[in-house]
Design a protein around this ligand. Structure first.
Ligand code: S3P
Length: 181
């Protein structure tokens, strides 16, 4: 499936998916360098398009507007070749984005446990509009419920890597081997 859809005639399209704080952007940056591919951050592409931060867009225009735009920009990105894209945590969970990702890229779910996500997001939630207002148990509960709702989408990915206890470098090497095989 991956070979026919994504690597045919030497095109390489890799999409990293997973919850906020999974490390998608860090891994995508390292992986793109290793594989000599372009690095694309979907959130950054959206910010370039609107001229506003994701937080501003969601706050001023609403989440529905953001999700529609996210889908349009995702479609544009997937027409390119030779890239690693780090998607937003919600990208695979709206419309038929996950089918679009699987049809046009080697999708890889970076699977991180709830305690690890909580530890990371507690320290780095301010720029994340969906969780910036939550603390302690409320944050932990939100992550657990949200991940439960999203897991079915993430698990549709072509590949899954378990990420707890691994560095971004280790994960990118693991992914490089997976997609090269
Ligand atoms: C979101 C995750 C964010 C960003 C937006 C919504 C989500 O991306 O797209 O704030 O719904 O999980 P990161 O996963 O890069 O934080």
């Amino acid at each position: 499936m991956y070979l026919t859809n994504s690597a045919y005639f030497g095109r390489m399209k890799i999409a990293l998916i997973g919850y906020m704080g999974a490390g998608k952007s860090s891994v995508a940056q390292i992986l793109s360098k290793k594989m000599k591919l372009d690095f694309i951050d979907l959130d950054y592409e959206i910010e370039k398009y609107t001229g506003y931060t994701i937080t501003e867009t969601i706050f001023n225009k609403g989440e529905l507007y953001f999700r529609k735009l996210e889908r349009e920009i995702l479609k544009q990105v997937l027409t390119k070749d030779n890239f690693v894209v780090s998607t937003g945590g919600g990208t695979p969970c709206y419309y038929d984005n996950m089918d679009l990702l699987n049809a046009n890229s080697a999708s890889i779910y970076i699977n991180v446990s709830i305690p690890t996500l909580y530890g990371r997001l507690e320290a780095d939630k301010d720029a994340r509009p969906l969780i910036a207002h939550l603390e302690g148990d409320a944050l932990k509960e939100f992550i657990a419920k949200h991940l439960f709702e999203r897991r079915d989408f993430y698990e549709k990915a072509i590949f899954t890597v378990k990420a707890d206890g691994k560095s971004a470098e280790e994960l990118s090497e693991e992914i490089r081997i997976l997609v090269d095989e």
